[in-house]
Design a protein around this ligand. Structure first.
Ligand code: AMP
Length: 284
């Protein structure tokens, strides 16, 4: 695996594969790689001829300076993990390569996909940062397939919309959420969960399990399901920032469970903000 820091160098390296119409896979990450990221890399390895993993802690998608400053970084370990799991290139540009002086363009999606849930809590500017950097990464790598995690369900919808609206010639593939043995969704931010907070973080999965259980019991009223899910968090002493049942394609609130419904939850556990989701009537 080769570590590449400059855009021209990566373009040059990928040119022969592009000329031969080989499948190029891109796995965008912010590093601190865990099994969730590695599952995406392995999937790309299986499906593509060339696998590019990008590692870029994108400053424009952070709404809190402290969150950006505390974001875990370990490029050396990430390089080993990416390589062992099949990456051909680790694209790890410095901030100035992506946002050179005078950078003045932003790619924005408007409407409910970016205004609700994470957009309501963190501000729509979070998603503007995501769509801008993902557009740049797709332009730089020009992959045939780009891989994202269902863990960030809203982000996945935003990216699918971006690609459709701008006719970006890439296929977007989503992978299921990878969890620790006790059910906690893997996240780079989990390293900040210390002591009792690690246990308290299970509140999110408990809420999603309670929603699934209510649904399995035949409850179809969304408010009742949400109440049961919320109640399941109480023993952990964790309050959700949001806990909603929404349409998995539009994020519009649903009143009743009829077809697939996305249950999305966000909560702060100590200093750490966590999100998770599940789909009722879905695969997970
Ligand atoms: P991040 O480095 O957090 O920006 O995540 C990079 C990619 O990995 C995104 O597409 C995430 O949705 C995905 N991802 C993060 N955590 C998980 C997980 N636990 N399971 C599956 N995919 C994940």
């Amino acid at each position: 695996m080769r570590v590449v820091r400059s855009i021209p160098e990566l373009r040059t390296a990928l040119r022969p594969s592009r000329r031969e119409e080989k499948q190029i896979g891109l796995v965008p990450t912010m590093g601190a790689l865990h099994e969730g990221h590695l599952s995406l890399i392995r999937r790309a390895r299986e499906e593509c001829d060339e696998v590019v993993v990008s590692l870029f802690v994108n400053p424009t998608q952070f709404n809190e300076a402290a969150d950006l400053a505390a974001y875990p970084r370990d490029e050396a370990a990430d390089a080993v993990a990416a390589s062992e799991n099949g990456a051909d290139y680790l694209f790890a540009p410095p901030v100035e390569a992506i946002y050179p002086e005078g950078f003045a363009t932003e790619v924005r999606i408007t409407g409910p996909l970016v205004d609700t849930l994470e957009g309501a809590e963190r501000g729509a500017s979070h998603f503007h940062g995501v769509t801008t950097v993902v557009t740049k990464l797709l332009n730089i790598v020009q992959p045939s397939i780009a891989y994202f995690g269902q863990k960030d369900a809203q982000q996945a919808l935003v990216i699918r919309k971006l690609v459709a609206d701008l006719d970006i010639p890439v296929r977007i593939e989503l992978a299921d959420t990878v969890r620790d043995d006790d059910g906690l969704a893997l996240s780079s931010r989990n390293v900040h969960l210390h002591g009792a907070d690690r246990e308290r973080a299970l509140a999110l999965k408990a809420a999603l399990d309670a929603a699934q259980a209510a649904h399995a019991d035949g409850v179809s009223d969304a408010t009742t399901v949400a109440t049961r899910a919320r109640d399941a968090m109480t023993p952990f002493d964790v309050e959700p920032e949001y806990l909603v049942l929404v349409d998995p394609n539009t994020l519009a609130p649903v009143a009743a469970i009829d077809g697939e419904v996305l249950v999305a939850v966000a909560a702060r556990v100590g200093e750490t903000r966590l999100i998770d989701n599940t789909i009722l009537n879905g695969r997970q």
